[in-house]
Design a protein around this ligand. Structure first.
Ligand SMILES: [Zn+2]
Length: 237
């Protein structure tokens, strides 16, 4: 196929640009599908679940403590009322009944205080768990934001590089004939499409060329493209 020296240089450049674009696309994909990011996101989901459980438990215990305090307050009120009645009654029979009730209320009070003490101990422990779960989730969340920003920065750099390569591609493509370009696209879809003869080998397939093959290549006119006998890539001289 015919292609002048400028076109041949452009063809080699085009192949380099396309290889860079392919590499860039796979780098972008790797960044977007980052395993580290996926791991962190799944850890954050677990941590959010743990935080919710810890918060629910602390709220439940806190509610139970309030209820227990209310129970104690009611018993205290009844005790105060009974004590007053005891002091004012003139009937010994009533006084006996009131004294029995006061005894029973004091027993109930002691039981309720035990329950409240246990609840307060549980509440304190659950608040420690909640504080740890909150800190852990915050730390994971901040790591995730840092990683996401880091990935975004790298993605932006790659995209800018991609735009530059695409603009360069536009320029070199114009220097290549449509006939060569079509054959190039067919080759590039499955292999490195353009090479050079370097140290008796083809740089596209890395195979060594025979002396006869090199002589053949050298005998082709300068404005014509040579073909590698091994990989069929265009050989630019
Ligand atoms: Zn080759």
């Amino acid at each position: 196929m015919q292609l002048d020296k400028t076109g041949q240089a452009a063809l080699l450049k085009l192949s380099e640009i396309d290889l860079s674009l392919t590499k860039l696309k796979s780098e972008l994909l790797e960044l977007i599908e980052s395993k580290e990011l996926a791991d962190l996101q799944s850890k954050l989901t677990v941590s959010s679940g743990e935080l919710l459980t810890a918060r629910t438990e602390a709220e439940r215990l806190s509610l139970m403590v309030r209820r227990s305090e209310e129970d104690i307050r009611l018993v205290e009120e009844r005790l105060a009322r009974d004590t007053e009645r005891l002091n004012t009654t003139s009937s010994p029979k009533d006084a006996q009944a009131i004294e029995r009730e006061i005894e029973s209320l004091k027993k109930r009070m002691s039981d309720l205080e035990d329950v409240e003490l246990n609840l307060l101990t549980e509440l304190e422990a659950s608040e420690i768990v909640l504080a740890e779960a909150t800190a852990s989730r915050e730390s994971l969340n901040s790591s995730l934001i840092t990683l996401q920003n880091d990935i975004q920065t790298q993605v932006d750099v790659l995209k800018a590089e991609g735009r530059k390569l695409t603009a360069d591609r536009q320029i070199v493509v114009e220097k290549i004939t449509s006939e060569v370009l079509e054959q190039y696209q067919r080759l590039a879809a499955r292999q490195i499409a353009v090479g050079k003869v370097d140290d008796r080998g083809c740089t596209a397939c890395r195979m060594n060329l025979t002396v006869g093959a090199i002589e053949n290549i050298n005998s082709i006119p300068e404005n014509e493209l040579a073909i590698c006998p091994d990989c069929q890539a265009f050989l630019v001289r």
